[in-house]
Write a new protein. Structure first.
Length: 143
């Protein structure tokens, strides 16, 4: 019988290859509005070293498929996209927190705006987190 890590590794490798080899197609399929805003003629760059330095010290020992990609927008300028693929078989109450934490760590370390995109590959249509907040006054309120 396979361990959780071995099972996760079975899913991780194909997803990583899919992202690396079919990034424009993946974006078009899962995130068509974002894909339409990208200037594909300028290419894109995977920032594996940068991402490793951020998630290396994550408190969870679990591993996920994560990619950090620098893209160029049609409107000019560049944007960083953090893609997290979760091969999830059940509800995970800390997923939102983990994505929030990674997003903040990337922003804090590199001072770059980051779009966090999550692809849930589980089979539970009733579990679709779409935000994360903490405390009574989160997100920040300014006046």
């Amino acid at each position: 019988m396979k361990t959780e890590t071995e099972t996760r590794d079975d899913y991780d490798s194909p997803w990583k290859e899919a992202i690396e080899h079919y990034f424009p197609e993946l974006m078009t399929f899962f995130f068509p509005d974002i894909a339409a805003s990208i200037d594909w003629t300028k290419g894109f760059t995977f920032l594996d070293q940068e991402l490793r330095s951020v998630v290396r010290d994550a408190e969870s020992g679990k591993r996920y498929v994560d990619k950090l990609v620098r893209i160029h927008l049609k409107t000019g300028g560049e944007q960083w996209i953090y893609i997290h693929i979760e091969v999830q078989v059940s509800y995970d109450h800390i997923l939102g927190k983990r994505i929030f934490t990674y997003n903040y760590r990337i922003f804090d370390r590199f001072e770059r705006p980051v779009a966090s995109l999550v692809i849930l590959a589980d089979d539970n249509p009733n579990w679709r987190p779409n935000s994360y907040s903490y405390g009574n006054y989160s997100p920040p309120i300014f006046c």
